[in-house]
Design a protein around this ligand. Sequence first.
Ligand SMILES: Cc1ncc(COP(=O)(O)O)c(C=O)c1O
Length: 428
Amino acid sequence: MSWSISMEQPLTLNPLLDGVKESATLAINQKVAKFRAQGQSIIHFGFGQSPFPVASEIKQALIEHAGNKHYLQGEGLAQLRHTISSYFQQHFDYHYKEEDVFIAPGSKEALFDCLYCLEGPLLLPSPSWVSYKPQAMLLGKEIYPIQTQFDNNYCLQANELEMACQQFDINQQKLLILNSPNNPTGLVYSQETLNELVSVCQKYNIIVISDEIYAGTEFNGTNHGSIAHAYPQRTIVTSGVSKYFSAGGYRLGFCLIPTELNELKNALRAVISETYSCVSSPIQYAALKAYTDSPKLNEHLTKCTKLHEIAGNYLHQRFIAMGLACQKPQGGFYLMPDFRNFKEQFKARNIFTDINLCNAILEIAGVAMLPGSEFGMNQDMLSVRVASVDYDGIKALDALDKSPQDVVNVAMPNLIEGCDRLAQFLTD
Ligand SMILES: Cc1ncc(COP(=O)(O)O)c(C=O)c1O
């Protein structure tokens, strides 16, 4: 009797889930898959996954360690932590040591766990990556968005940060997430802008999480700016193998935590031991290979970045030609154009928000994109996030000896088709 009564009770969920839904990037992917299954031709500018294969030496390391079934230390394999600290020292001139590296199942988890452990409101530049805000919501954190400007390449400026901080007690600990190269904009912070942020961070007791998951994909080569250079004592860097090494599904990320934040390390150790225990052992050995420099691997990675640049530049040039406002991408594989010049024209087509716009473009033109409002932009700014990776990475690598335009012609036909369809949509 009591059994059947309890079955009828409504399920009560954690109220912190209110307003948190499945991530927009995964949702658009499913929508595209559904349309494609119905036989519709869809160009996918919505999902940002590297199109390139995982380098053969990394795959080989994974195969060789498939039999390694042991739990590892929660923070990660000592050899991997050491190798990552050397890699970041050598490539980016960081000074994090082996004991500063914490391996996680993706940098997304590392970010979440750091946010969980750290007290204080989250200052969040807009636009920014889709998951920061929901993560903070799940943790019941106060979120303070800071709108950045197109003319500043959507990079947070010191005066904007200072104004935001004035809403809080000066001494209260605050958290700030910076992300460069940036998703959704494809833009990169200059070291100068980052240096200017430091005095505000010092004055207002800010701990920075510097999301560097796209580190290495800068189009200008080795020039990787980071606030960690100017504010090392209170910057946590997150990164991983998903983007630069094209291995998102391996689920391996990490955070670098300076000695000055040792208490956070103890807290993380506890969280790791009570949640995921450790990251898959064979995957940690594969990552060890990724962060062990080899000329062959570096050559492969340089080619992949070159192709991101070719794809990004092609889309940028087409967007400008069709009248969109768009900054030229500088790294990663995204662009964030907006349709401000079409506002009046769109009113007649009942398009008032970026959501109306993305739905219309998907239904009429068969091109999938994400609304900028998913990244914290106002809906009436009509901005969209475009991923430049709807092409066959292996074919593109084979074509790389050709001119950039020929690479696009030969290996990136969906980029051409997507732009043709968008241009048509705008002239209809
Ligand atoms: C800006 C940004 N940060 C973090 C992540 C998470 O990466 P992962 O969890 O695969 O390391 C992503 C993934 O798309 C991203 O775009």
